[in-house]
Design a protein around this ligand. Structure first.
Ligand SMILES: Cc1cc2nc3c(=O)[nH]c(=O)nc-3n(C[C@H](O)[C@H](O)[C@H](O)COP(=O)(O)O)c2cc1C
Length: 304
């Protein structure tokens, strides 16, 4: 079967994966209301294409935190990519490098920062931190991230507690015994590892703790999971580096590609998305992502 779009990759991935890992990748928490709402939110916007703009040559390239990327879509941190394919994060890193974009490594991976860096030498990589209660361990982990040449630190701030993932409970999904978690203090419980992870993340953290993080690690700090304007302002005040959207991240799309055909599959998905962005830019009358402005969108509704 020809895989023409990301949905096709998801269908093919579902056929290849066991129901447990598939449900973990595809599912959300609770009734999955937010999961559905996130997808539906795209339909609330309409595009306002500008015509008769010379779009013979467009470029999807952008600059994020001083790094030039070929596409404004970065690979989001997703946990335990070896559940999708034996080559896991290493294959994803090579696919991201081939696509000219950033791979963001999750704390919940089965490889260390140094191993990821070695898989795609010179490629821009970011590290996503789940900040554990063990501050000494976190400090050592951050030193390893800097030593490996990562370009930014991404702190996930919307995870003070693990959501209740009902699909995982129904599938009785557990991590395989041979899956390492070298970036966590201690070993993660195989059964209900998601809830166990909630116990590792420090739920006492506040904005004030970012000062410690910034003094401990010199890398630009990106906060992942900020959802309100109020918190965006606080983030900027506390030294976060990425105010303003120059790029977005994609998680599951790349995972479906990885599940279907390892590095090649993930690379195909990233290339597909880059081509879609290029067509979108041409139709919008924008030659680069930077030329896309608020004037190119409006809330969906009756024409005016
Ligand atoms: C299976 C899975 C694992 C994830 N693991 C992490 C993680 O370890 N750290 C993190 O910050 N976000 C994690 N996320 C969230 C993703 O980074 C991303 O924000 C989310 O999947 C939405 O993007 P998407 O619709 O492109 O997948 C995970 C998401 C999925 C589906």
């Amino acid at each position: 079967m020809d895989l023409v779009n990301v949905d096709d990759f998801e269908t093919a991935a579902r056929e290849r994966l066991d129901p447990g890992p598939y449900g973990y990748y595809a599912g959300g928490s609770g009734d999955e209301q937010t999961l559905r709402a996130n997808a539906a939110a795209f339909a609330r916007w309409e595009l306002r294409p500008r015509v008769l703009v010379d779009v013979d040559e467009v470029s999807t390239a952008t600059t994020v935190l001083g790094t030039e990327l070929a596409t404004p879509l970065l690979v989001a941190p997703t946990a335990f990519q070896r559940l999708a394919h034996p080559d896991g994060e290493l294959a994803m890193a090579r696919a991201a490098a081939a696509a000219g974009t950033v791979m963001c490594l999750s704390t919940l991976s089965s490889v260390t920062p140094a191993e990821l860096a070695a898989a795609a030498p010179g490629a821009p990589q970011w590290f996503q931190l789940y900040w554990s209660r063990d501050r000494g361990f976190t400090q050592e982990l951050l030193a390893a991230v800097v030593e490996a040449g990562f370009r930014a630190l991404v702190l996930t701030v919307d995870f003070p507690v693990a959501g209740r993932r009902e699909r995982d409970i129904r599938e009785d999904f557990t991590l395989p015994d041979d899956l390492a978690s070298p970036n966590l203090p201690g070993t993660l419980a195989r059964r209900d590892f998601h809830a166990a992870l909630g116990g590792i993340v420090d739920a006492r953290l506040t904005w004030r703790d970012l000062e410690w993080l910034r003094s401990t690690c010199e890398l630009p700090l990106v906060l992942k999971g900020v959802l309100t304007a109020e918190d965006t302002l606080l983030a900027a005040e506390h030294g976060a580096a990425a105010l303003g959207a120059r790029a977005a991240m994609t998680g599951r799309a790349a995972l479906w590609g990885l599940a279907v055909d390892g590095e090649q599959g993930a690379a195909r998905v990233l290339a597909l998305l880059r081509e879609e962005i290029e067509v979108g830019l041409k139709l919008l009358g924008a030659r680069t992502p930077a030329e896309v402005t608020r004037a190119h969108v409006r809330p969906a509704g009756p024409s005016v």
